[in-house]
Ligand binder design. Structure first.
Ligand SMILES: Cc1cc2nc3c(=O)[nH]c(=O)nc-3n(C[C@H](O)[C@H](O)[C@H](O)COP(=O)(O)OP(=O)(O)OC[C@H]3O[C@@H](n4cnc5c(N)ncnc54)[C@H](O)[C@@H]3O)c2cc1C
Length: 422
């Protein structure tokens, strides 16, 4: 019996590598339901657009470490905590001494009238689907991406720059609604429009129609949009159904402490599958790559500790480049916080910080992400940024030609309320 890890996403892979480092005498078995282990989901849009080869997706290759075994095509069906055993779909049983659950999420598939059984409709989540998309789409095709969140905008931007005609349908009135308020989102939308991406905001998909068994058009806001491909990117739900009856779920959520421990002291969990319950009663579901990595590592380090240590930061920080537009999202807006912003619309730059009780509680940097590191540092250090705020909110010296940065508009707004800043 050794350590068993379920899932080979970033949480599972980093947990496995960290276990080998922290507990070198323990053997580790990584169990993965798909036929591949350790590929990079954030690269899938690039792969679908034909801009990266499949072998470049793999960040992890099982090496020569005889104490680290990777089992692919091994889907866990159930967990028996009394017997410390996992049961796989093929009937095999695997015993564990300690267990890390990192099964990530599965795509949410909307019910869409008329779309049942049509070819050309794919979720955006895993490599097999991305392969199907890559094999299906051809240049000049019209692709509708349903969902303007993180996955949807990345998918749209890369496919557009790969030469495809792309439209995004988002039911909220802006792109990236979970991460950005209206003002920063408008900069992303302008960038998308300048790339030639059509945006349909503020309405969900109402219906779909096919021709010859293939998707031919979708309807939103009463308007039909012709398309050859429909990509579903409306979010994911934790992959935890195999834990039904295990006693680890609460309101269907895989509940962990801030130290990533489940209610069973021998079982930890990390990544997109978990909901972290903080001692203060908050729930935290960051569901991003950097958090999956740091949680995987921490779960591993904590496995045999008498006093597991909590995650240091409960922030959702993410940076990306949307084909020419750099973007850093510094975490959720908090009601009642003060907003400091800086705008240089002609240059496509908008920078925003939310301050609460003398610390940075969130923000967004669009078009210029200089200084994101120091901002994050203030954020996690809980240090009062007041003396530095005017420097932090402006693009760092040297990024813009002399004099241009002074033309930007700096603004302060006290007590942003719900709905206004979001
Ligand atoms: C297209 C796309 C683009 C993205 N871009 C970004 C980005 O730019 N930045 C960012 O921060 N995040 C991005 N994300 C999100 C990021 O990929 C996830 O937050 C991250 O992969 C979560 O890691 P994880 O290890 O928790 O889960 P996952 O990566 O989902 O891995 C979980 C693994 O567990 C396996 N598994 C599940 N159930 C079982 C079972 N019962 N038995 C065995 N194995 C099982 C699954 O097959 C899967 O391989 C993107 C996601 C997608 C889909």
């Amino acid at each position: 019996m050794g350590i068993v890890i379920v899932g080979s996403g970033p949480a599972g892979i980093h947990a496995a590598l960290q276990c080998r480092e922290s507990w070198p005498h323990k053997s580790v078995t990584l169990v993965e339901g798909e036929n591949y282990a350790g590929y990079c989901r954030p690269l899938l849009p690039l792969y679908m657009a034909g801009q990266v080869k499949e072998e470049k997706l793999f960040l992890f290759k099982p090496g020569e470490d005889h104490r680290l075994q990777v089992k692919t095509g091994a889907k866990v069906q159930s967990l028996d905590r009394d017997r410390q055993t996992l049961r796989l779909e093929n009937g095999e049983e695997i015993e564990y001494e300690r267990l890390i659950l990192a099964p990530g999420g599965r795509p949410i598939i909307p019910r869409l009238e008329g779309a049942d059984g049509l070819r050309g409709v794919f979720p955006v989540r895993n490599l097999p689907d991305a392969r199907s998309v890559r094999g299906w789409i051809a240049k000049e095709q019209k692709i509708v991406v349903l969902g303007g969140g993180l996955v949807g905008v990345k998918t749209a931007a890369y496919l557009r720059s790969g030469g495809f005609q792309v439209a995004v349908v988002e039911k909220e009135n802006r792109l990236l609604p979970q991460a950005l308020g209206e003002e920063p989102a408008s900069y992303v939308e302008n960038h998308f429009r300048s790339m030639g991406i059509d945006l349909f905001l503020g309405g969900s998909l109402e219906a779909a129609e096919g021709e010859g068994g293939k998707i031919a058009r979708v309807k939103t806001g009463g308007q039909w949009i012709p398309c050859d491909t429909l990509l579903l990117a409306i979010g994911s739900a934790p992959n935890v159904s195999f834990l039904n009856g295990s006693g680890l779920l609460e309101e269907e959520k895989l509940r962990v402490s801030q130290a990533l421990q489940t209610r069973d002291p021998r079982i930890f969990a990390a990544g997109d599958a978990v909901t972290i319950f903080t001692p203060g009663g908050r729930r935290f579901t960051p569901w991003t790559w950097p958090q999956a990595v740091s949680q995987g590592k921490l779960a591993a380090v904590n496995l045999y500790r008498a006093q597991p240590v909590p995650l240091k930061t409960l922030t959702r920080v993410n940076s990306m480049n949307l084909q020419g537009l750099s973007l850093t999202m510094l975490g959720a807006f908090e009601e009642g916080s003060e907003e400091v912003s800086y705008a240089l619309p002609g240059e496509g730059i908008f920078r925003q910080i939310f301050l609460r009780e003398g610390r940075i509680a969130g923000g967004a940097l669009v078009g210029d992400i200089t200084g994101a590191g120091p901002m994050h540092h203030f954020m996690i250090g809980g240090k009062d940024p007041a003396p530095e705020i005017s420097r932090l909110i402006r693009p760092s010296f040297g990024f813009l030609p002399r004099g241009l940065s002074e033309r930007g508009l700096e603004r302060r707004r006290a007590r942003v309320i719900s709905g206004e800043g979001k």
